[in-house]
Design a protein around this ligand. Structure first.
Ligand code: GRF
Length: 196
């Protein structure tokens, strides 16, 4: 078997998708290992979870640098120090610079709580309910400079039930996200496995 891909995760909050990825990598046959977690806020609860798993963590806040490009250059420096092959955004609530997206092109993915291209951006569950959609879900996609617009790798559909609220729908989608992200990362590695 070829060497495991070195994956770093970028978070801003609770880190439940990060946890799902960490759990998946505990299977010896899983083709990736987590090499570190970066947050854009020191308050992200996910940082403590990462530390409990003995993973290196780093915080790069916009306010600590001259501008977005300088912040993203610092993130890239940390990622390179971990010899990162693939970057997974998991609830990272800041739009990265175009330069960062170009630099990590094909090696930068995100999980989004909708069936893209529907409902790019925020409040996806509310918008699905308002549109009276019967089916909703989540997507893992490549990150490109335009928000939530990169090619989709995998999606997971969930039903929208007649008595759903934003909260019940979010819960159902989140469970699907936790199943989808580890699978989508494998799919990416299989797609790109032959590339350096
Ligand atoms: C998830 O719903 C993800 O799809 C979105 O932000 C949320 C992050 O949740 N991008 P968590 O931090 O992974 O628990």
């Amino acid at each position: 078997m070829s060497a495991k891909k070195r994956v770093a995760i970028l978070i801003s909050g609770r880190g439940s998708n990060m946890s799902a990825l960490i759990e998946a990598t505990k299977n010896p046959d899983y083709p990736a290992q987590i090499v570190g977690v970066i947050s854009n806020t020191p308050a992200a609860p996910g940082l403590a979870i990462a530390s409990r798993h003995n993973l290196p963590t780093a915080v790069h806040q916009l306010k600590s640098y001259a501008d977005k490009n300088a912040t993203d250059a610092a993130i890239t420096a940390t990622l390179k120090s971990w010899q990162t092959d693939i970057v997974c955004l998991a609830g990272f609530m800041r739009i990265l610079s175009d330069e960062f997206a170009h630099q990590w092109h094909n090696r930068l993915i995100n999980i989004h709580p909708s069936l893209l291209p529907r409902y790019k951006g925020l409040n996806t569950h509310r918008r699905a309910l308002e549109a009276k959609d019967k089916v909703h879900g989540c997507s893992v996609h490549h990150v490109v400079a335009e928000l939530d617009a990169g090619p989709v790798i995998l999606q997971h559909e969930v039903p929208v039930l007649p008595d759903d609220t934003e909260e019940t729908l979010e819960q159902r989608v989140l469970i699907a996200e936790h199943q989808l992200y580890p699978k989508a990362l494998v799919a990416l590695i299989e797609q790109t496995g032959s590339r350096p």
